[in-house]
Design a protein around this ligand. Structure first.
Ligand code: FEO
Length: 172
């Protein structure tokens, strides 16, 4: 059985993951509107990933005898100044998510809740990848600058991203 404190923290994380999904969907809309369908595709795949993250927390809470209590999802930004800006924000956002996951691990350790610590391990590793993939694109966009040809090439590259659900037992 999970403690009330851990249950509340995991419910907050479901909300944070759903907000991430909403944020990336808003970025997808911005890129679509900016005639950059490859960038929009990358963000749509990210939206799906975040939905899976939320579902993983949802399933874990239920498995531990906890209650899922969904909360309102805040509205995301809807406009950015340049094709670089959403990726800069995505990278910043992922560093915030990493801090949230680290705080959850700290809480689970304090509570001697080793099942939750083990569950969170997948997210600790996932965040390394989440930060790295957003930062890699930020760096490419900074190099491209105002070069429309470079932007077009990167758009074609990002169009190739497909959604790969995590393995069924990824979270242990
Ligand atoms: Fe659910 Fe982007 O971390």
């Amino acid at each position: 059985m999970i403690s009330d404190t851990m249950q509340a923290a995991l419910n907050d994380q479901i909300n944070a993951e759903l907000y991430s999904s909403y944020l990336y969907l808003s970025m997808a809309a911005y890129y679509q509107d900016s005639d950059l369908p490859g960038f929009a595709n990358w963000m749509r795949m990210q939206t799906l990933e975040e939905g899976v993250h939320a579902t993983m927390f949802f399933d874990f809470l239920i498995e531990r005898g906890g209650r899922v209590l969904l909360q309102p999802i805040a509205g995301p930004p809807t406009a950015w100044d340049s094709p670089l800006a959403p990726f800069e924000q995505a990278y910043e956002h992922e560093t915030v998510v990493t801090r949230r996951i680290n705080d959850l691990v700290t809480l689970a350790l304090e509570e001697r809740d080793h099942a939750t610590v083990t569950f969170l391990d997948w997210f600790v590793r996932e965040q390394v990848e989440e930060e790295a993939s957003a930062l890699a694109i930020v760096k490419q966009l900074r190099m491209i600058g105002d070069d429309r040809g470079g932007l077009f090439m990167l758009d074609r590259e990002l169009a190739a991203r497909v959604f790969t659900p995590p393995a069924a037992n990824a979270a242990g």
